[in-house]
Design a protein around this ligand. Structure first.
Ligand SMILES: [Zn+2]
Length: 389
């Protein structure tokens, strides 16, 4: 694993998807000048669910830049898996914030992947419907969005019924798997594996973006599913094993100790390393009491409302729709647009000139754990572990 201090996305990068007015608003609004923006707050859906806080734009710039840089590194074959747990803000819309999401880093990363990839698959295992990403690509067959989520009883955001399948050229390229509360590991696998297998068979994507929202875990403060950390991780492992260039991002998750457990375990799966169930001592140790383990038993509050018959019916519905896709649509790639990042950002992996000292800026962009005994890109011992965070 290689760890980087990521590129910061500019307003220009964000406007690849969002409207200029909305991004300009995010750039200028602060808790101190809020009263000057009152007429814009409701217009951009900022205030209640999506509050204004100090450093808001910087926050958006960091998590969006990391997803964008992940996409650029995948495009340039600098890695085969890129990870950005700070990203995955799947609800943000072109003109507005939604559900704690301001800038849709996923859409911006997918737009970058489309410069090099004919077909990008988006998979979303957050408990909420991946509505912002679905909406962005609803009319195109270049991106297939597949979202597994709780649906019904006005559960946020209220979309994601199985009949939302895309429109125009995108008809059959939006896939929704609406689930009921309390779904456990076994039931989730009963739909996840066959659905993703059929998607791979019919769509044959050349890159995948996986949104790993951890609010689908049992005991989440906002969620209502009953997945264990191992069950959630099983989805990540299944996608990893498809061996397609992968950008893994975070998303929701509101019982924080379990979010940390989940993405720690999933990082270990993505780099294919075994890690101990016993947590190491850190300044956050007490958050993990009383068991101090990676995999405590998450006791579910919910009955599983998903019958075997219901899950079979959903899986069949998805399969029947996928059969309607024209097999793996392709595009004629005329001229590849320039990479989003300035050339020194994307060329960071080129062999350094031995006569030039590493600049402080280059040094700074690369953050390595102090206990790593491994001397950079030229190390011949590290061959296949091209994973980054
Ligand atoms: Zn969520």
């Amino acid at each position: 694993m290689q760890i980087y201090r990521p590129y910061r996305a500019s307003a220009h990068d964000m406007c690849r998807f969002h409207s200029d007015e909305y991004i300009e608003f995010l750039q200028h609004v602060t808790p101190q000048n809020l009263q000057n923006f009152t007429k814009y707050l409701s217009h951009f859906n900022v205030g209640d669910d999506c509050p204004v806080f100090d450093g808001l734009f910087e926050f958006c710039s960091m998590y969006t830049g990391a997803s964008l840089e992940g996409a650029v590194k995948l495009n340039n074959n600098c890695c085969d898996i890129a990870v950005n747990w700070s990203g995955g803000l799947h609800h943000a819309k072109k003109f507005e914030a939604s559900g704690f999401c301001y800038v849709n880093d996923i859409v911006i990363a997918i737009l970058e992947l489309l410069k090099y990839h004919a077909r990008v698959l988006y998979i979303d295992i957050d408990v909420h419907h991946g509505d912002g990403v679905q909406e962005a690509f609803y009319l195109t067959d270049r991106v297939m969005t597949v979202s597994f989520h709780k649906y019904g009883n006005y559960f946020f955001p209220g979309t994601g019924d199985m009949y939302e399948i895309g429109a125009e050229s995108g008809r059959y390229y939006s896939v929704n798997v609406p689930l009921k509360e309390g779904i456990d590991d076994a039931s989730y696998m009963q739909v996840f594996k066959p659905v993703i297998s059929s998607v791979m068979e019919f769509y044959q994507p050349t890159a995948i973006v996986l949104q790993c929202g951890a609010d689908s875990l049992a005991c989440d403060r906002l969620g209502c599913f009953s997945l264990s950390v191992k069950g959630h991780g099983e989805c990540v492992k299944f996608v990893r094993d498809l061996n397609v260039p992968l950008l893994a991002v975070g998303g929701g998750g509101y019982t924080l100790r379990n979010v940390a457990r989940c993405w720690t375990y999933e990082t270990s799966l993505l780099v294919d390393e075994q890690i101990s169930n016993e947590l190491p001592y850190t300044e956050y140790f007490e958050y993990f009491s009383p068991d101090f383990s990676l995999h405590p038993e998450l006791v579910s509050r919910q009955e599983n409302a998903n019958s075997k018959q219901y899950l079979e019916a959903i899986t069949k519905h998805v399969y029947d729709n996928l059969k309607m896709c024209h097999n793996s649509p392709s595009v004629q790639m005329h001229e590849v647009p320039k990479d989003a990042l300035p050339s020194h950002e994307s060329d960071r992996h080129e062999e350094p000139d031995p006569d030039v000292r590493v600049s402080q800026a280059d040094e700074d962009q690369r953050v390595e754990p102090a206990n790593e005994f491994y001397d950079g890109d030229k190390d011949q011992d590290k061959t296949s572990e091209n994973v980054e965070a």
